[in-house]
Design a protein around this ligand. Sequence first.
Ligand SMILES: Nc1ncnc2c1ncn2[C@@H]1O[C@H](COP(=O)(O)O)[C@@H](O)[C@H]1OP(=O)(O)O
Ligand SMILES: [Mg+2]
Length: 386
Amino acid sequence: MHISLNWLRFVTPSTKKPPRFHLSCLPSSSSCFSSVVFAMSYDKEIAAAKKAASLAARLCQKVQKALLQSDVQSKNDRTPVTVADYGSQALVSFMLQHEFPGEFSLVAEEDSKDLRKDGAQEIVERITKLVNDSLTIDGSYSVTLSTEDVLKAIDSGKSEGGSQGRHWVLDPIDGTKGFLRGDQYAIALALLDRGKVVLGVLACPNLPLAYISDANQHSPNNEVGCLFFAEVGGGTYMQPLDSSSTVKVQVSAVENPEEASLFESYEAAHSMHDLSSLIAQKLGVKAPPVRIDSQAKYGALSRGDGAIYLRLPHKGYREKIWDHAAGYIVVTEAGGVVTDAAGNPLDFSRGKYLDLDTGIIVTNQKLMPLLLKAVRESLEEKASSL
Ligand SMILES: Nc1ncnc2c1ncn2[C@@H]1O[C@H](COP(=O)(O)O)[C@@H](O)[C@H]1OP(=O)(O)O
Ligand SMILES: [Mg+2]
């Protein structure tokens, strides 16, 4: 007989996360209590991930602020997002390696190939200055990185991931189009342990702290900047990016799809708006879709701003693990369900890519059967009309 008790929580009255232990009883003859196995806790890793993602968010905010203050011509230039993207990756990579020296594996979006080309020296110097300024702000590092240190930190993100060992997974700026537009973007960092996502942090510098809907997402009165974090078995928490007051969050409890609000990509090139509109129609969703960039959608969903997220890329697009790992655990630990469009679980253990056919759907446990049915019918209808 193999009994596996679930994650136990020792609930404390404070807003701090309770410690967690995983108890599992070994087979037959051994007594349950003598064979308690204490599984990994990732508290040190999550503290480091929160610190790195928050500092990277500050770096990106500084660049985006300068971009938005610049003239129209320079707004068509992608240099700011390039600089912030590499800067964010270098910073997170350096901080994690500093915290966890020795065996270190990072699967991240960028590498230094373009930065090593002729003519890139000035950009590399800008990135290096940004990274050093960020480390100075933090105050706990007495180092000044050279341009070569920065390039090496970026290249530490070349790991392929997989089902063995531990791998950090990073999207240094998820939602580059949103970043350039002055809208939503996220710094998304997760940890895989033997192919499973065990923690995730989402820093969303422009996400309002208050509930967002289609009507209020651009309100100038909104205070913005959210940090979501989740550890396997421990729930999901949110705090303002510039404070440590933490709240536990839960996905929406809506059971009637007519009352649900639905999130999707801002960019029609990233997700089929016509297909999600058909799905919404079948479900009877009344509210217009809330269109925002990046994994900020997963964050907003984890605290119940909306009840459904549909990501339905056009044919041929291959999803990368860094675009979903952090968001996945933030939503699932808040009680949500994330599957592919056919209802299969996501598999983060196969390397850089999530091999999916049709897309990713997210909602609460109650709505998932209805959503799956509406997705299946809509896909069939779409296929028969071609
Ligand atoms: N053609 C595409 N289809 C789907 N997703 C895409 C496509 N091109 C880029 N993306 C990715 O979509 C993500 C943003 O999704 P959303 O619009 O929902 O915020 C980004 O990670 C972006 O990748 P990349 O980071 O390489 O630009
Ligand atoms: Mg991305």
